[in-house]
Design a protein around this ligand. Structure first.
Ligand code: ADP
Ligand code: MG
Length: 328
């Protein structure tokens, strides 16, 4: 049975649909990412599930129960937003105790739950600090502890790492995933960061203009996008014209480069390196295929000691199996 189920969920502001007939089923313990550009309706969807806004149409089920008309308090949901929204005048411990107080849990029991939650996010020892005495990453951990302390049925995270710098964000991504797995809590994570979505999720829901574009496992969405929007939003997309008039996607990692002449066969094309960008483990090449009107191609190749330089001539090829026809 799915833990979260959306059926035709729609939210209109006047004639504008911020969420447009969205269907989604999230299984118990699953982590699904809602990925889409700014304004695509991600926060709207989370607010509807959390009960902070009412859908114009459609039904929302949590744990098999229709909660469409239930209040936010009746839904037992843990929420974390990009801005930590901690209470500045309260200590870390008091912040984490707060949702327990709201639920009439106090005394020794509350203290134990709060300290357990703080230990889970590795903040034990900092109980007495105030938010202003914590780093951004620590503040976001407090927000996470506050969201899980009352053992919510589901966890909704709206760009929780968006305000952090890259390195800290990557660290917290790993921690978040481990915590989510350990707790086994069904989680919806909103992000506009495609790498974050690809690395963290069991499945990704790609949203554009309030409409679902695709719901799929990360590799499937990346290599077999449902349409052009998903192909372009989930990374670098090379589009190849097929002989039958269709367009196909090939990802940069699937493009092979070779020396001119060396084992060159009919399937490979000649190209010139326009730019070689060294990225550490990988080199990203921007290539111009020979022939008029040929589209530029991007290849991502592991760096093994030598890279081609701009201006060098190379051969470019890919396997037929790595081509994925995309609809507009
Ligand atoms: P995202 O989180 O993906 O950036 P939002 O869900 O916040 O997008 O917003 C989706 C769209 O709905 C945006 O165009 C936004 O301007 C609009 N919107 C959100 N809330 C309201 C509101 N209360 N009134 C009118 N329009 C809104
Ligand atoms: Mg948002």
């Amino acid at each position: 049975m799915s833990e979260i189920r959306l059926e035709g969920v729609t939210k209109r502001y006047g004639a504008f649909a911020a969420a447009d007939s969205v269907d989604l089923a999230v299984s118990q313990g699953e982590l699904v990412t809602i990925l889409g550009p700014s304004g695509s309706g991600k926060t709207t969807l989370l607010s509807l599930i959390a009960g902070l806004a009412k859908p114009t149409a459609g039904r929302i089920h949590i744990g098999g129960r229709d909660v469409t008309d239930a209040s936010a308090q009746q839904r037992n949901i843990g929420l974390v937003f990009q801005s930590y929204a901690l209470f500045p005048h309260m200590t870390v411990l008091e912040n984490v105790l707060f949702p327990l107080g709201v639920r009439k849990i106090g005394g020794v029991e509350a203290d134990r739950l709060a300290r357990d939650a703080l230990k889970l996010v590795r903040l034990d020892g900092l109980e007495g600090r105030r938010p202003s005495q914590l780093s951004g990453g620590q503040q976001q951990r407090v927000a996470l502890a506050r969201a899980i302390v009352f053992k919510p049925d589901i966890l909704l995270l709206d760009e929780p790492l968006g305000a952090l710098d890259r390195k800290l964000r990557e660290e917290l991504q790993v921690e978040l995933k481990q915590l989510q797995r350990r707790l086994g809590v069904t989680t919806l994570l909103v992000t506009h960061d495609q790498e974050e979505a690809l690395s963290l999720s069991d499945r990704i829901m790609v949203l554009n203009k309030g409409r679902t574009q695709q719901v799929a496992a990360p590799t499937e969405a990346y290599l077999k996008p449902a349409n052009r929007f998903v192909a372009e939003f989930l990374g670098i997309a090379n589009f190849i014209d097929l002989p039958d008039g269709r367009t196909a996607l090939v990802r940069p990692e699937r493009v092979r480069l070779g020396e001119v002449g060396a084992g060159q066969n009919g399937a490979s094309k000649s190209a010139k390196v326009v730019e070689a960008i060294y990225l550490g483990q990988m080199v990203r090449y921007h290539l111009a295929l020979d022939g008029e009107g040929a589209r530029p191609i991007v290849a991502a190749v592991p760096f093994v000691g030598r890279a081609y330089a701009a201006g060098e001539r190379v051969t470019v090829s890919w396997e037929a199996a790595d081509l994925w026809p995309v609809a507009e």
